[in-house]
Design a protein around this ligand. Structure first.
Ligand code: FAD
Length: 317
């Protein structure tokens, strides 16, 4: 039996959906599942963690862990991994996961694989699948170490609503760590806008919107849908959108239920950040635009005509 420890993805005290997705996949592989929650106030999440599909909940709660810092966080995960005798440790695709995973891997002498989209277990043989070269190819990688630490790409697995674990809470003291740098304060985005990586719907704007007027028009569509508002790199380079709004290979990776690409050509570097979306709607005046190759629904037309019509239709819902 394989033991899989999932690291709970917690943001501002809230458990993110990726935790249930990872636990569902771990259970579907027939693994024994545990979850570790690390933070300043996390023990109240134990019942949610059990409902998400874990049979053991390791809780590492301490005021010193309120603000994420990679070394203490990783040390707490390693402690839980050793308690559970974990064969694999899975992180969701978050800044926290990306920072902590390599540190955990070093301490567990495990292989570290990022951006994985699938895992198979056949006896002792573990294989992972991950995209490479800006999503042009998928790599199948055989894991040669007894242990594996993995960062799972957003939207790779689906949460099974039928799945539930059982509550078995194990409180662990935070391990002593040699912390050379301490984060004193986290300055978060004060705009109050929906975080792209959490949004269920993302509307993204591309160079087709031309200028600030076009951007504002597409942003209003995003607001009507209570969607995250993203963009292509062209709009960031043009100074019309902030870098934290860029979707793609060198921006954020999103996998919402619905991705609406407005005036975006569909360059491979953009697709690398959004082609895991469940449904893709593209609006582009060029019927040959590559975005239509990945779109489930396409509207060929001028976005300055189409977006107001979409807004009208949404009002009727
Ligand atoms: P364009 O390619 O100029 O496309 C504009 C589209 O709008 C066209 O398809 C056009 O038909 C359509 N259009 C124009 N007017 C209208 C209208 N009135 N109505 C409807 N449609 C209209 N890009 C990213 O997005 N994210 C990344 O992370 C990223 N990383 C990169 C990393 C590297 C190393 C490199 C080299 C490039 C990267 N890029 C990235 C850039 C990428 O290659 C493209 O240049 C960029 O995505 C193009 O943005 P765009 O689709 O908005 O613009």
């Amino acid at each position: 039996m394989t033991n899989i420890l999932v690291v709970a993805d917690i943001k501002q005290g809230e458990l993110k959906g990726s935790t249930a997705e990872l636990l569902s996949k771990a259970r579907a592989l027939g693994a024994d599942t545990a979850v570790v929650a690390v933070g300043g106030q996390v023990k109240d999440l134990a019942d949610q963690l059990a409902a998400a599909g874990s049979d053991t909940q390791f809780i590492v709660e301490d005021a010193s862990l309120e603000i994420f810092s990679a070394n203490p966080f990783a040390a707490a995960v390693v402690k839980a991994a050793n308690e559970f005798n974990a064969d694999m440790v899975w992180f969701g695709f978050s800044e926290t996961g990306k920072a902590a995973a390599p540190r955990v891997a070093v301490q567990l002498e495990a292989a570290c694989a990022t951006e994985i989209i699938d895992v198979t277990i056949d006896g002792d043989a573990v294989q992972i699948i991950r995209p490479a070269i800006a999503n042009k190819v998928l790599q199948k990688v055989k894991v040669n170490t007894p242990k594996l630490v993995a960062v799972v790409r957003a939207g790779a697995f689906e949460a099974d609503p039928e799945i539930a674990g059982k509550e078995n809470v194990v409180a662990l003291d935070p391990p002593e760590t040699d912390t050379r740098a301490k984060i004193k304060e986290l300055i978060s985005d004060a705009s109050g806008e929906i975080d792209l990586t959490d949004a269920d719907i993302v509307v993204s704007v591309g160079r087709g919107a031309k200028d600030q007027t076009g951007v504002d028009m597409v942003k209003a569509l995003a607001d009507d849908l209570a969607a995250g508002f993203g963009s292509s790199r062209a709009m960031v380079d043009a100074g019309l959108m902030a870098h934290n709004k860029q979707v793609g290979q060198t921006g954020k990776i999103v996998a919402p239920s619905l991705y609406i690409a407005v005036g975006i050509s569909g360059a491979i570097q953009h697709l690398a950040g959004m082609n895991g979306s469940k449904v893709i709607l593209a609006v582009n005046k060029d019927p040959e635009a590559p975005i239509f190759n990945v779109a489930d629904f396409g509207i060929v037309g001028d976005l300055f005509d189409v977006v107001p019509l979409l807004k009208e239709e949404i009002k009727k819902i």
